[in-house]
Design a binder for this molecule. Structure first.
Ligand SMILES: [Zn+2]
Length: 408
Protein backbone atom coordinates (compact mmCIF):
# COMPACT_ATOMS: atom_id res chain seq x y z
CA UNK A 1 0.00 0.00 0.00
CA UNK A 2 1.30 3.43 -1.01
CA UNK A 3 0.80 6.70 0.88
CA UNK A 4 -0.55 8.43 -2.21
CA UNK A 5 -1.02 7.95 -5.95
CA UNK A 6 -1.52 10.39 -8.81
CA UNK A 7 -3.70 9.11 -11.69
CA UNK A 8 -5.11 10.39 -15.00
CA UNK A 9 -1.80 12.08 -15.77
CA UNK A 10 0.74 12.02 -18.55
CA UNK A 11 4.29 11.77 -17.23
CA UNK A 12 7.58 13.26 -18.39
CA UNK A 13 9.85 10.94 -16.44
CA UNK A 14 13.10 12.16 -18.06
CA UNK A 15 14.19 8.50 -17.93
CA UNK A 16 14.39 5.56 -20.31
CA UNK A 17 11.27 4.10 -18.64
CA UNK A 18 9.23 6.24 -21.05
CA UNK A 19 9.30 7.28 -24.69
CA UNK A 20 11.73 9.71 -26.29
CA UNK A 21 14.14 12.11 -24.60
CA UNK A 22 11.43 13.25 -22.17
CA UNK A 23 10.68 9.66 -21.14
CA UNK A 24 6.94 10.16 -21.73
CA UNK A 25 4.45 7.74 -20.20
CA UNK A 26 0.91 8.51 -21.41
CA UNK A 27 -1.97 7.71 -19.04
CA UNK A 28 0.53 7.09 -16.27
CA UNK A 29 0.51 6.88 -12.51
CA UNK A 30 2.97 7.81 -9.79
CA UNK A 31 2.92 6.41 -6.29
CA UNK A 32 4.68 7.87 -3.24
CA UNK A 33 5.73 6.33 0.05
CA UNK A 34 7.55 8.16 2.85
CA UNK A 35 8.21 11.18 0.65
CA UNK A 36 9.88 9.17 -2.10
CA UNK A 37 8.62 7.95 -5.44
CA UNK A 38 7.69 4.30 -4.88
CA UNK A 39 6.38 3.41 -8.34
CA UNK A 40 6.07 5.01 -11.81
CA UNK A 41 4.41 3.50 -14.86
CA UNK A 42 1.23 3.03 -16.83
CA UNK A 43 -1.91 3.36 -14.77
CA UNK A 44 -3.16 -0.02 -15.93
CA UNK A 45 -0.13 -1.64 -14.33
CA UNK A 46 -0.33 0.12 -10.95
CA UNK A 47 0.37 -2.71 -8.48
CA UNK A 48 -1.33 -1.47 -5.32
CA UNK A 49 -3.74 1.07 -3.87
CA UNK A 50 -3.05 4.10 -1.73
CA UNK A 51 -4.57 5.97 1.18
CA UNK A 52 -4.92 9.10 -0.97
CA UNK A 53 -5.68 9.17 -4.69
CA UNK A 54 -5.30 12.37 -6.68
CA UNK A 55 -6.87 12.54 -10.13
CA UNK A 56 -5.09 14.92 -12.49
CA UNK A 57 -7.66 15.28 -15.32
CA UNK A 58 -5.14 14.54 -18.05
CA UNK A 59 -2.56 17.03 -16.78
CA UNK A 60 1.17 16.52 -17.35
CA UNK A 61 3.47 15.74 -14.44
CA UNK A 62 7.16 16.66 -14.56
CA UNK A 63 9.81 16.32 -11.87
CA UNK A 64 9.61 19.45 -9.67
CA UNK A 65 11.43 22.18 -11.59
CA UNK A 66 14.95 23.15 -10.50
CA UNK A 67 16.34 26.68 -10.92
CA UNK A 68 20.06 25.94 -10.63
CA UNK A 69 21.60 29.45 -10.89
CA UNK A 70 20.14 32.46 -9.08
CA UNK A 71 21.28 35.56 -7.23
CA UNK A 72 17.88 35.81 -5.55
CA UNK A 73 19.14 37.53 -2.38
CA UNK A 74 20.21 41.16 -2.79
CA UNK A 75 19.54 44.64 -1.40
CA UNK A 76 17.69 47.29 -3.41
CA UNK A 77 17.11 46.89 -7.12
CA UNK A 78 18.32 48.61 -10.28
CA UNK A 79 15.01 49.74 -11.82
CA UNK A 80 16.07 53.41 -11.63
CA UNK A 81 19.28 52.56 -13.48
CA UNK A 82 17.28 50.67 -16.11
CA UNK A 83 15.14 53.77 -16.58
CA UNK A 84 18.17 56.11 -16.77
CA UNK A 85 19.73 54.01 -19.50
CA UNK A 86 16.52 54.12 -21.56
CA UNK A 87 16.41 57.88 -21.05
CA UNK A 88 19.79 58.06 -22.74
CA UNK A 89 22.34 57.99 -19.89
CA UNK A 90 25.71 56.43 -20.74
CA UNK A 91 27.33 53.67 -18.68
CA UNK A 92 29.80 56.28 -17.42
CA UNK A 93 27.00 58.58 -16.25
CA UNK A 94 25.31 55.65 -14.55
CA UNK A 95 28.57 54.66 -12.86
CA UNK A 96 29.08 58.28 -11.69
CA UNK A 97 25.54 58.26 -10.30
CA UNK A 98 26.58 55.23 -8.25
CA UNK A 99 24.99 52.58 -10.47
CA UNK A 100 26.12 49.13 -11.58
CA UNK A 101 26.98 46.11 -9.43
CA UNK A 102 28.59 48.29 -6.75
CA UNK A 103 25.24 49.96 -6.10
CA UNK A 104 23.85 46.51 -5.30
CA UNK A 105 26.88 45.84 -3.08
CA UNK A 106 26.19 49.08 -1.18
CA UNK A 107 22.49 48.28 -0.77
CA UNK A 108 23.21 44.68 0.27
CA UNK A 109 25.83 45.70 2.84
CA UNK A 110 23.31 48.16 4.30
CA UNK A 111 20.50 45.56 4.55
CA UNK A 112 20.04 43.37 7.63
CA UNK A 113 19.15 39.69 7.34
CA UNK A 114 15.39 40.23 7.77
CA UNK A 115 15.41 42.84 5.01
CA UNK A 116 17.26 40.50 2.66
CA UNK A 117 14.80 37.68 3.35
CA UNK A 118 11.75 39.93 2.92
CA UNK A 119 13.12 41.33 -0.34
CA UNK A 120 13.80 37.89 -1.80
CA UNK A 121 10.48 36.24 -0.83
CA UNK A 122 8.34 37.70 -3.66
CA UNK A 123 10.98 36.65 -6.19
CA UNK A 124 11.11 33.16 -4.72
CA UNK A 125 7.31 32.92 -4.68
CA UNK A 126 7.16 33.79 -8.38
CA UNK A 127 9.44 30.82 -9.09
CA UNK A 128 7.46 28.47 -6.84
CA UNK A 129 4.17 29.38 -8.53
CA UNK A 130 5.57 27.89 -11.73
CA UNK A 131 6.44 24.53 -10.17
CA UNK A 132 9.97 25.08 -8.87
CA UNK A 133 10.79 22.80 -5.93
CA UNK A 134 14.58 23.30 -5.73
CA UNK A 135 16.46 26.57 -6.14
CA UNK A 136 20.12 27.50 -5.91
CA UNK A 137 20.95 30.90 -4.39
CA UNK A 138 24.35 32.60 -4.51
CA UNK A 139 25.96 35.24 -2.37
CA UNK A 140 28.22 37.72 -4.17
CA UNK A 141 26.90 41.20 -3.38
CA UNK A 142 28.66 41.51 -0.04
CA UNK A 143 32.23 40.97 -1.16
CA UNK A 144 33.21 41.03 2.51
CA UNK A 145 32.88 38.24 5.04
CA UNK A 146 30.04 39.67 7.20
CA UNK A 147 27.78 40.44 4.24
CA UNK A 148 28.55 37.27 2.28
CA UNK A 149 27.69 35.27 5.41
CA UNK A 150 24.52 37.30 5.95
CA UNK A 151 23.38 36.69 2.37
CA UNK A 152 23.91 32.94 2.76
CA UNK A 153 22.07 32.89 6.09
CA UNK A 154 19.20 34.75 4.41
CA UNK A 155 19.21 32.15 1.61
CA UNK A 156 19.05 29.30 4.16
CA UNK A 157 16.13 31.05 5.89
CA UNK A 158 14.24 31.25 2.59
CA UNK A 159 14.33 27.46 2.49
CA UNK A 160 12.65 27.39 5.91
CA UNK A 161 10.13 30.12 5.09
CA UNK A 162 8.85 28.31 2.00
CA UNK A 163 8.34 24.71 0.90
CA UNK A 164 11.37 24.56 -1.35
CA UNK A 165 14.87 23.10 -1.15
CA UNK A 166 17.50 25.85 -1.21
CA UNK A 167 21.11 25.13 -2.14
CA UNK A 168 23.60 27.90 -1.45
CA UNK A 169 26.77 28.89 -3.27
CA UNK A 170 29.40 31.28 -1.95
CA UNK A 171 30.20 33.71 -4.78
CA UNK A 172 32.54 36.02 -2.88
CA UNK A 173 34.70 36.02 -6.04
CA UNK A 174 32.00 37.80 -8.04
CA UNK A 175 33.64 41.22 -8.45
CA UNK A 176 36.44 43.26 -6.89
CA UNK A 177 34.99 45.27 -3.97
CA UNK A 178 35.69 49.02 -3.67
CA UNK A 179 37.80 48.36 -0.56
CA UNK A 180 40.21 46.35 -2.77
CA UNK A 181 40.14 48.69 -5.79
CA UNK A 182 43.23 48.10 -7.92
CA UNK A 183 44.16 45.03 -5.80
CA UNK A 184 42.26 42.28 -7.54
CA UNK A 185 44.76 39.51 -6.77
CA UNK A 186 44.83 40.54 -3.09
CA UNK A 187 41.04 40.21 -2.94
CA UNK A 188 41.16 36.75 -4.57
CA UNK A 189 43.66 35.70 -1.88
CA UNK A 190 41.40 37.20 0.80
CA UNK A 191 38.48 35.14 -0.54
CA UNK A 192 40.60 31.98 -0.55
CA UNK A 193 42.29 32.46 2.82
CA UNK A 194 39.63 34.23 4.90
CA UNK A 195 36.13 34.20 3.45
CA UNK A 196 35.80 30.60 2.23
CA UNK A 197 37.21 28.95 5.39
CA UNK A 198 34.91 31.08 7.60
CA UNK A 199 31.84 30.37 5.44
CA UNK A 200 32.69 26.65 5.45
CA UNK A 201 33.17 26.60 9.22
CA UNK A 202 29.59 27.85 9.62
CA UNK A 203 28.35 25.41 6.94
CA UNK A 204 26.69 28.28 5.09
CA UNK A 205 27.55 27.17 1.56
CA UNK A 206 26.88 23.98 -0.37
CA UNK A 207 29.26 25.04 -3.16
CA UNK A 208 31.71 27.75 -4.17
CA UNK A 209 31.19 29.81 -7.32
CA UNK A 210 33.43 32.38 -9.03
CA UNK A 211 33.33 34.74 -12.01
CA UNK A 212 36.21 34.33 -14.41
CA UNK A 213 36.50 37.33 -16.70
CA UNK A 214 39.91 38.85 -17.30
CA UNK A 215 38.44 42.35 -17.82
CA UNK A 216 35.75 42.80 -15.17
CA UNK A 217 36.22 39.96 -12.66
CA UNK A 218 39.01 37.42 -11.99
CA UNK A 219 41.67 35.73 -14.12
CA UNK A 220 41.76 31.94 -14.42
CA UNK A 221 44.80 31.92 -12.06
CA UNK A 222 42.96 33.93 -9.39
CA UNK A 223 39.90 31.71 -9.84
CA UNK A 224 42.08 28.63 -9.37
CA UNK A 225 43.21 30.00 -5.97
CA UNK A 226 39.58 30.30 -4.90
CA UNK A 227 38.82 26.78 -6.14
CA UNK A 228 41.78 25.33 -4.23
CA UNK A 229 40.37 26.90 -1.06
CA UNK A 230 36.98 25.31 -1.84
CA UNK A 231 38.63 21.94 -2.35
CA UNK A 232 40.38 22.20 1.03
CA UNK A 233 36.92 22.61 2.59
CA UNK A 234 35.45 19.73 0.61
CA UNK A 235 33.09 22.04 -1.29
CA UNK A 236 32.21 21.47 -4.97
CA UNK A 237 32.71 24.37 -7.36
CA UNK A 238 30.83 26.12 -10.16
CA UNK A 239 31.95 28.89 -12.50
CA UNK A 240 30.57 31.93 -14.33
CA UNK A 241 32.59 31.29 -17.47
CA UNK A 242 33.17 32.80 -20.91
CA UNK A 243 30.13 35.09 -20.75
CA UNK A 244 31.54 38.11 -22.55
CA UNK A 245 34.81 36.79 -23.99
CA UNK A 246 36.75 33.53 -24.21
CA UNK A 247 38.91 33.39 -21.07
CA UNK A 248 39.35 29.63 -21.12
CA UNK A 249 36.71 29.36 -18.39
CA UNK A 250 35.09 26.22 -19.78
CA UNK A 251 38.42 24.39 -19.83
CA UNK A 252 39.22 25.58 -16.30
CA UNK A 253 35.85 24.35 -15.03
CA UNK A 254 36.45 20.95 -16.64
CA UNK A 255 40.01 20.72 -15.29
CA UNK A 256 38.88 21.17 -11.68
CA UNK A 257 35.85 18.90 -12.10
CA UNK A 258 33.35 21.73 -11.56
CA UNK A 259 29.69 20.77 -11.26
CA UNK A 260 28.86 23.35 -13.91
CA UNK A 261 30.16 26.18 -16.05
CA UNK A 262 27.52 28.82 -16.56
CA UNK A 263 26.81 31.35 -19.37
CA UNK A 264 29.53 29.89 -21.72
CA UNK A 265 28.45 32.03 -24.70
CA UNK A 266 32.09 32.33 -25.80
CA UNK A 267 33.36 28.90 -24.69
CA UNK A 268 35.70 27.42 -27.31
CA UNK A 269 35.48 23.95 -28.85
CA UNK A 270 38.25 22.45 -26.67
CA UNK A 271 36.61 23.82 -23.54
CA UNK A 272 33.23 22.40 -24.55
CA UNK A 273 34.75 18.99 -25.27
CA UNK A 274 36.63 19.03 -21.96
CA UNK A 275 33.44 19.87 -20.06
CA UNK A 276 31.55 17.02 -21.72
CA UNK A 277 34.36 14.61 -20.84
CA UNK A 278 34.56 15.82 -17.23
CA UNK A 279 30.78 15.65 -16.74
CA UNK A 280 30.62 19.40 -16.09
CA UNK A 281 27.12 20.65 -16.93
CA UNK A 282 26.74 23.69 -19.20
CA UNK A 283 24.21 26.09 -17.70
CA UNK A 284 22.67 28.45 -20.25
CA UNK A 285 21.26 31.78 -19.04
CA UNK A 286 19.17 33.34 -21.81
CA UNK A 287 17.72 36.03 -19.51
CA UNK A 288 21.09 37.77 -19.16
CA UNK A 289 21.79 37.32 -22.85
CA UNK A 290 18.47 39.00 -23.62
CA UNK A 291 18.69 41.87 -21.11
CA UNK A 292 22.21 42.96 -22.02
CA UNK A 293 21.31 42.50 -25.70
CA UNK A 294 24.18 40.15 -26.39
CA UNK A 295 24.56 39.03 -29.97
CA UNK A 296 26.91 36.06 -29.61
CA UNK A 297 24.81 33.04 -28.56
CA UNK A 298 26.36 29.92 -27.05
CA UNK A 299 27.40 27.38 -29.67
CA UNK A 300 24.60 24.96 -28.88
CA UNK A 301 25.25 22.89 -32.02
CA UNK A 302 28.84 22.24 -30.88
CA UNK A 303 27.67 21.52 -27.33
CA UNK A 304 25.08 19.06 -28.63
CA UNK A 305 27.66 17.38 -30.88
CA UNK A 306 30.08 17.06 -27.93
CA UNK A 307 27.39 15.41 -25.81
CA UNK A 308 27.45 18.19 -23.21
CA UNK A 309 24.61 18.11 -20.67
CA UNK A 310 22.79 21.46 -20.77
CA UNK A 311 20.76 23.16 -18.07
CA UNK A 312 18.70 26.37 -18.20
CA UNK A 313 18.23 28.86 -15.40
CA UNK A 314 16.89 32.34 -14.63
CA UNK A 315 20.18 33.81 -13.32
CA UNK A 316 17.76 36.01 -11.33
CA UNK A 317 19.81 39.09 -10.40
CA UNK A 318 19.19 42.83 -10.14
CA UNK A 319 21.44 43.88 -13.01
CA UNK A 320 21.64 41.66 -16.06
CA UNK A 321 18.70 39.30 -15.50
CA UNK A 322 15.84 40.48 -13.29
CA UNK A 323 14.01 37.29 -14.27
CA UNK A 324 11.63 35.52 -11.93
CA UNK A 325 10.14 33.08 -14.45
CA UNK A 326 11.81 29.78 -15.26
CA UNK A 327 9.03 29.09 -17.79
CA UNK A 328 10.00 32.25 -19.66
CA UNK A 329 13.59 30.97 -19.72
CA UNK A 330 12.30 27.80 -21.41
CA UNK A 331 10.93 29.93 -24.22
CA UNK A 332 14.07 32.05 -24.42
CA UNK A 333 16.31 28.97 -24.44
CA UNK A 334 14.36 27.66 -27.42
CA UNK A 335 13.86 30.97 -29.21
CA UNK A 336 17.26 32.62 -28.65
CA UNK A 337 19.51 29.56 -28.38
CA UNK A 338 17.52 27.10 -30.54
CA UNK A 339 17.29 24.42 -27.87
CA UNK A 340 14.78 21.68 -28.63
CA UNK A 341 11.78 21.33 -26.34
CA UNK A 342 13.32 18.20 -24.84
CA UNK A 343 16.67 19.93 -24.25
CA UNK A 344 14.96 22.88 -22.58
CA UNK A 345 12.80 20.70 -20.31
CA UNK A 346 15.69 18.40 -19.38
CA UNK A 347 17.58 21.63 -18.64
CA UNK A 348 15.23 22.58 -15.79
CA UNK A 349 14.94 19.06 -14.38
CA UNK A 350 17.48 16.25 -14.73
CA UNK A 351 20.38 18.37 -15.96
CA UNK A 352 19.67 21.17 -13.47
CA UNK A 353 19.90 18.55 -10.71
CA UNK A 354 23.27 17.44 -12.09
CA UNK A 355 24.45 21.08 -12.16
CA UNK A 356 23.84 21.11 -8.40
CA UNK A 357 25.36 17.67 -7.78
CA UNK A 358 21.97 16.25 -6.76
CA UNK A 359 21.29 12.61 -7.62
CA UNK A 360 18.05 12.31 -5.63
CA UNK A 361 15.79 14.42 -7.86
CA UNK A 362 15.28 15.69 -11.40
CA UNK A 363 13.61 12.59 -12.83
CA UNK A 364 10.50 10.55 -12.03
CA UNK A 365 12.04 7.29 -10.89
CA UNK A 366 11.51 4.96 -7.92
CA UNK A 367 13.63 5.90 -4.91
CA UNK A 368 13.90 9.58 -5.77
CA UNK A 369 12.32 12.43 -3.82
CA UNK A 370 8.67 12.77 -4.78
CA UNK A 371 8.99 16.39 -5.97
CA UNK A 372 6.45 17.03 -8.73
CA UNK A 373 5.19 19.89 -10.87
CA UNK A 374 1.75 19.38 -12.42
CA UNK A 375 0.75 21.38 -15.50
CA UNK A 376 -2.62 21.73 -17.27
CA UNK A 377 -1.28 21.50 -20.82
CA UNK A 378 -2.00 19.44 -23.90
CA UNK A 379 1.63 18.60 -24.61
CA UNK A 380 5.04 19.36 -23.02
CA UNK A 381 5.96 21.81 -25.79
CA UNK A 382 3.42 24.26 -24.34
CA UNK A 383 5.77 24.88 -21.42
CA UNK A 384 8.26 26.33 -23.89
CA UNK A 385 5.73 27.85 -26.28
CA UNK A 386 3.75 30.34 -24.21
CA UNK A 387 5.27 33.63 -23.11
CA UNK A 388 3.81 34.80 -19.83
CA UNK A 389 1.31 32.03 -19.22
CA UNK A 390 1.65 29.83 -16.17
CA UNK A 391 -0.19 26.49 -16.50
CA UNK A 392 1.18 25.05 -13.21
CA UNK A 393 -1.77 23.69 -11.23
CA UNK A 394 0.06 22.10 -8.33
CA UNK A 395 3.40 21.49 -6.77
CA UNK A 396 4.35 18.48 -4.67
CA UNK A 397 7.35 18.38 -2.38
CA UNK A 398 8.49 15.11 -0.81
CA UNK A 399 5.07 13.57 -1.54
CA UNK A 400 3.05 16.40 0.04
CA UNK A 401 1.11 19.24 -1.58
CA UNK A 402 3.34 22.28 -1.34
CA UNK A 403 1.78 25.67 -0.99
CA UNK A 404 3.46 28.67 -2.52
CA UNK A 405 3.16 30.72 0.63
CA UNK A 406 4.74 28.91 3.55
CA UNK A 407 4.50 29.21 7.30
CA UNK A 408 1.25 28.79 9.27
ZN1 LIG B 1 25.05 34.52 -12.32
Amino acid sequence: MFDRVWLDANLCTMTVAGEGPLGVIPDGAIAAKDGRIAWVGRRAELPATAAITTRCDGAWILPGLIDCHTHLVFGGDRAAEFEMRLDGASYEQIAKAGGGILSTVRATRAADEDTLVAGALPRLDALLEEGVTTVEIKSGYGLDLPTEARMLRAARRLGQAREVAVLTSCLAAHAVPPDFAGRRADYARHVAQEIIPAIAAERLADAVDAFTDSAIAFTPEETALVFEAAKRQGLPVKLHADQLRDDGGAALAARVGALSADHIEYANAEGIAAMAKAGTVGVLLPGAYFVIRETHPPDVAAMRAAGLSLALSTDCNPGSSPAVSLLLMLNMGCTLFRLTVAEALRGVTVNAAAALGLADRGTLAPGLRCDLAVFAIGRPAELCYWLGRNPCVSRVRAGEDARVVGGG
